[in-house]
Design a protein around this ligand. Structure first.
Ligand SMILES: [Ca+2]
Ligand SMILES: [Ca+2]
Length: 296
């Protein structure tokens, strides 16, 4: 679990990458999250006693895969998710020790890296990123009483007792989160289920005193196109294996289409982008093969 310090708020605000809405294989693409299946959970623990609340979650995540079928690598580009409801938690340690009541509003988690992370391996459909720079957003209003309040005052979180404070999560600075889960891609149909986990410690010198943990469960699916210019056998990669299929596309488009059903001949074999697949594409094809990609 990545841990950060709640008491010391620093100013290391990162820039979130703009979402790249390019639904094509070989580029970052956006997975819209299913609000019915995705959730945001806040957990408050004080001296070993915990309470949690959960809300539906909305947002997107932007990733990149190395293949449209059975990918082996994932790159994380961006995420931006929000709880759709307020979340309330209470930890009651009894009359003398006191209690904490907290309500989180507009709780959000966004990627704060300046660059993409990865590529990281996908093994048996599972992936994992650690120390993901993450900005939390929203506020936590909380009240604390009795001994808990004095303990929080001692570390600078409460100013009076009983206390009523608002934690502005954006002021906590960039946190390091863990992000892991499952991903599959079958013919460009990408299904992702992952968890982003951020923990703020009340007192880093005494982690067992308590924490606030924000967990986003991200579930979404999207269809990306698998057609790459030059990828004449439509396997998601443009390489020497495409030479024979390319000549089949030029010489016998009907036979090519039967061999590669569902693949758009213009998308993969019209190398000079003139709207036709013919001999005029042959030289550009080999130039593109050397270059590794088609010219615009
Ligand atoms: Ca290919
Ligand atoms: Ca052409």
């Amino acid at each position: 679990m990545a841990r950060s310090n709640l008491a010391s708020s620093c100013c290391a605000a990162g820039l979130s990458l703009a979402l790249l809405a390019a639904p094509a294989f070989g580029q970052p693409f956006v997975v819209p999250l299913d609000t019915n299946l995705s959730s945001m959970t806040i957990e408050l623990c004080i001296q070993g006693m915990c309470d949690w609340d959960t809300s539906p979650l909305a947002g997107t995540i932007s990733i990149e895969l190395d293949a449209a079928n059975a990918p082996t690598q994932i790159t994380l580009h961006d995420f931006n998710v929000q709880a759709t409801q307020d979340l309330s938690v209470t930890v009651d340690l009894g009359f003398l020790a006191g209690r904490v009541d907290a309500t989180a509003r507009n709780l959000s988690t966004t990627y704060a890296g300046l660059n993409p992370m990865g590529p990281n391996p996908i093994n048996a459909n599972m992936f994992s990123f650690t120390d993901v720079p993450t900005d939390l957003g929203g506020t936590i209003d909380f009240q604390a009483t009795n001994i808990i309040c004095f303990s929080l005052a001692a570390i600078g979180i409460c100013t009076t007792c009983p206390c009523s404070e608002t934690i502005i999560l954006a002021n906590q600075g960039t946190q390091l989160a863990d992000f892991s889960g499952n991903i599959t891609a079958v013919n460009g149909l990408v299904t992702l289920s992952g968890q982003i986990d951020t923990t703020l410690l009340f007192d880093p010198g005494n982690p067992s005193f308590g924490h606030i943990r924000v967990t986003g469960m991200l579930v979404g699916q999207t269809q990306i196109t698998t057609e790459i210019c030059g990828d004449a056998n439509c396997d998601g990669t443009f390489n020497g294996g495409d030479i024979d299929p390319f000549f089949l596309a030029v010489g016998d488009p009907a036979a090519w289409q039967i061999r590669y059903p569902g693949c758009n001949i213009l998308a993969v074999a019209d190398i000079n982008h003139d709207g036709r697949v013919n001999g005029g594409d042959i030289d550009p094809f080999f130039q593109a093969l050397v270059a590794g990609e088609c010219l615009p």
